[in-house]
Ligand binder design. Structure first.
Ligand code: GDP
Length: 608
């Protein structure tokens, strides 16, 4: 009893109280705890001073399974911390802090960056082509000799940068990002067709990007053109024509005859002047990646539009998860550039990999920092993807349990340019319904490689190739793997096919296929009242996993699976033509002379 008293006393000392606390916590942090978009369990553990095992337990209560080295989302981390009465702040901290603007000097006027948007078939491409051709005619400017995501247009009123964003809905994502560098959006509306869904979509993107809009009422040369109707329809979208007392400029054009195109160019310059577009020209450059792809002999290249500062050959840069040193720079006429100033599009080479469309490019004075930033971004995005994937897997699991027959069509996408890959990925991801969905397991630019085939094979995915081919080594590998590869030149067709495939998958076609016929020659009454029916295979074959239809003349006496298939006394999987065999099935209504039709169920393969 005495010793017990002693112990009680001891317990009350300060040190021991602390020891008691330390059983559960260690290294407790004081002050605000901040976490990023993701954090590993072990990082969270040391940040909030709670044992990882405790955190894992709490996570399990939340239905999240994570090991000590796995990342959880910032929100999950905050929730867990709150369980321990610890508050943490989620901050999407990025290294952008290091990448503050380093442009200097006085801001001077820059050329406007213009994007053409609108509904499919309303004439975006035609309008771009017309403008491009007019440039070829302008000898001093030179023709446009290479495809680039953006090019310079020279008119009497001044220069502008035109973004050549492909027009189809699949490129919505790219267009949306394109609008972020865009000062002025030309909304093309066909005068014979009026406002259509993608017209509205384009308006929303332009509005979200705070871009100035000019409406080009196209196809004015057609007799059925009704430009007044276009004005009327756009009223409900806050685009009020000047003649209706509003502020929106409408220009009537024809991309075929060229009528009104010059006026449109003038209007663009007028708006640009009103916008007072300015940028600092001196100092380290910042810009945006418009497109990026692999180029023969050049490696990864990117078209960049400079936002501020001066981009120079030899500059170290980071662009999203890419970094490098500018080896060479060309304009859309293929001319080498030593420098690019604000609003100028330039194709740069010297990247370590293909950049993401829309990535911000920052020039840095230090190549090591550029590399570090790019590498950290890669790690981060991997961690974030891991968290995302874990979530979708769970969600999918629940969905499939509920729907019982949840189907997932897995795709691997290869495209000619990175932008298309991203755009396709986003578009495909939106397809599907409660019972079926599309999952893009990988998307990238470039030809189909051996790795792609292996990945697709391992994941039961289909490869969607958009304007790319397959490497010879990959072809060889695919002879064994047999991955379904679909080639497309038109995004729309790829989309339609995937949609159809999804519908097909919802109602899988199961077909009966007759594989042989037998005739009953003898009936043996075997043990346990089981009959063994002795047959002779008349044509085709009979297999153990087949079903049979027992026919007596036109009468069907039995239809169902086989229970056993034997040759002499041996169980066999298959008996071929002109051989005898013994079969049994769940029916006793058999007579000598009956015929047995042997069939199997074949699921018609997904036709894409
Ligand atoms: P996009 O899908 O918006 O790029 O549309 P396109 O430029 O491909 O044009 C769709 C169709 O409309 C093509 O057949 C063009 O020849 C036609 N088109 C485009 N602009 C005009 C125009 O101003 N007048 C007439 N008559 N046809 C046009």
């Amino acid at each position: 009893l005495e010793s017990r008293k002693k112990r009680k006393k001891v317990k009350k000392t300060k040190e021991n109280v602390q020891e008691e606390v330390l059983k559960h916590t260690f290294n407790p942090r004081k002050g605000a705890i901040k976490v990023g978009a993701t954090i590993t369990v072990s990082e969270l553990s040391s940040a909030i001073g709670i044992r990882a095992s405790e955190i894992i337990k709490k996570l399990m209560d939340l239905g999240v399974l994570a090991t000590i080295n796995q990342s959880i989302s910032g929100e999950e981390a905050a929730l867990i911390a709150s369980e321990f009465q610890i508050e943490i702040e989620i901050e999407a901290k990025d290294l952008e802090d290091v990448l503050k603007s380093q442009a200097t000097g006085e801001a001077i006027t820059r050329a406007p960056v213009v994007t053409i948007m609108g509904h499919v078939d309303h004439g975006k491409t035609s309008l771009l082509d017309y403008i491009r051709k007019s440039q070829v005619v302008r000898k001093e400017a030179g023709g446009i000799t290479q495809h680039m995501g953006a090019y310079r247009i020279y008119t009497d009123a001044g220069e502008m940068t035109l973004l050549d964003t492909p027009g189809h809905e699949a490129f919505t994502a790219m267009r949306a990002r394109g609008a972020n560098v865009t000062d002025i959006v030309i909304l093309v509306v066909a005068a014979d067709d009026g406002v259509q869904p993608q017209t509205v979509e384009a308006i929303h993107h332009a509005q979200a990007a705070n871009a100035e809009m000019i409406v080009a009422v196209n196809k004015i040369d057609l007799s059925e053109a009704n430009p007044q109707r276009v004005r009327q329809e756009l009223l409900s979208h806050e685009l009020v024509a000047e003649e209706f007392g509003g502020k929106t400029t409408f220009v009537e054009v024809s991309a075929i005859t060229g009528q009104g195109v010059e006026q449109l160019m003038d209007m663009i310059h007028l708006h640009a002047e009103m916008l007072e577009l300015k940028a600092k020209v001196e100092g380290l450059a910042q810009g945006n990646v418009i497109e990026s792809h692999l180029k023969r002999g050049k490696g990864p290249v990117a078209t960049v539009i400079v936002k501020e500062g001066t981009l120079k050959v030899g500059d170290y840069f980071v662009a999203g998860q890419t970094y490098g040193r500018i080896r060479a720079m060309t304009n859309s006429r293929g001319k080498n550039l030593l420098e690019a100033t604000p609003s100028m599009p330039a194709e740069i080479s010297g990247l370590d990999r293909v950049a993401n469309v829309g990535a911000r490019l920052h020039v840095l004075s230090d190549d090591k920092i550029a590399r570090q930033i790019a590498e950290r971004r890669i790690t981060r995005s991997r961690e974030e993807a891991a968290v995302k994937q874990r979530k979708t897997q769970l969600e999918n699991l629940f969905a499939s349990i509920e729907a019982q027959e949840f189907i997932e069509l897995k795709l691997l996408i290869k495209t000619d340019v990175q932008g298309s890959a991203e755009a396709l990925e986003e578009t495909f991801a939106q397809l599907g319904n409660d019972n079926a969905s599309v999952r893009v397991i990988h998307s990238a630019s470039g030809n189909i490689t051996e790795n792609d085939v292996m990945l697709a094979s391992a994941s039961d995915a289909i490869i969607i190739a958009f304007d790319v081919g397959m490497e010879a080594t990959a072809k060889k590998v695919n002879l064994d793997e047999g991955v379904d590869v679909r080639y497309y030149k038109v995004i729309y067709e790829a989309l339609e096919d995937v949609k159809l495939a999804l519908q097909g998958m919802l109602k899988p076609h199961v077909k009966e296929e007759v594989i042989g016929h037998c005739v009953v020659r003898e009936i043996f009454n075997a043990v346990k009242s089981r009959q063994i029916v002795g047959c002779y295979v008349q044509d085709g074959k009979i297999t153990k996993d087949a079903s049979i239809r027992l026919m007596r003349g036109d009468k069907e006496c039995y239809n169902g699976p086989l229970s056993s298939l034997k040759r002499f006394k041996e169980d066999v999987k298959e008996v071929g033509n002109h051989y005898e065999c013994g079969v049994s099935f769940e029916s006793k209504d058999v007579q000598v002379g009956d015929t047995i039709e042997v069939y199997v169920f074949v699921e018609e393969s997904i036709t894409l």
